[in-house]
Design a protein around this ligand. Structure first.
Ligand code: DQA
Length: 159
């Protein structure tokens, strides 16, 4: 099983940017923790960060047929990008979106979310720990899908 973690614009600045909102952890530290958790659970994990919308769309498309679950923080593109939304919808891979800050308590322009309606779920406002929660959610979703597939196969072979 494989998880792709996609990080949007300015998340490469974590640890530097607005620490009172996004906390002190650097992206590399967050990814190192995620990698440890993935290894402990026997799951393959890959990381991708880009400041460019088209590159994020390309990466989501590359996941098709290769990845079982996507964890994405589309950052500012969350509020604007129909292209990223359509890409998530197109590949139909269970996707969990993460936001470090609690969007619901922030500016009006952050209340528009293009991504959430095409995601399996959202993790919002837990700081960097949200990525860990998203991984737990991702493992749960993947095991539920596998259980359904196994039940279908068992039913088909019993016919
Ligand atoms: C963010 C919230 C977005 O509104 C913002 O543009 C970001 C980070 C978050 O993780 O809280 O860059 O996605």
């Amino acid at each position: 099983m494989k998880i792709m973690v996609i990080q949007g614009p300015n998340l490469n600045m974590l640890g530097v940017r607005e620490q009172h909102i996004y906390g002190p952890m650097k992206l590399e530290q967050i990814h190192a923790q995620m990698k440890d958790f993935a290894t402990q659970n026997g799951v393959e994990i890959e990381f991708f960060q880009s400041n460019l919308e088209g590159e994020i769309v390309d990466k989501i498309q590359e996941c098709y047929g290769d990845v079982d679950s996507i964890i994405i923080n589309a950052a500012a593109y969350t509020h604007t990008s129909i292209a990223i939304r359509d890409a998530i919808s197109a590949v139909a891979i269970p996707t969990i979106e993460v936001h470090i800050s609690n969007l619901h308590r922030r500016e009006e322009f952050r209340q528009t979310n293009m991504i959430a309606p095409v995601c399996a779920s959202s993790v919002v406002g837990f700081g960097a720990f949200g990525y860990h929660l998203a991984m737990m959610g991702s493992l749960q979703i993947m095991s539920e899908i596998r259980a359904v597939q196994e039940a279908r196969q068992a039913a088909a072979s019993a016919e």
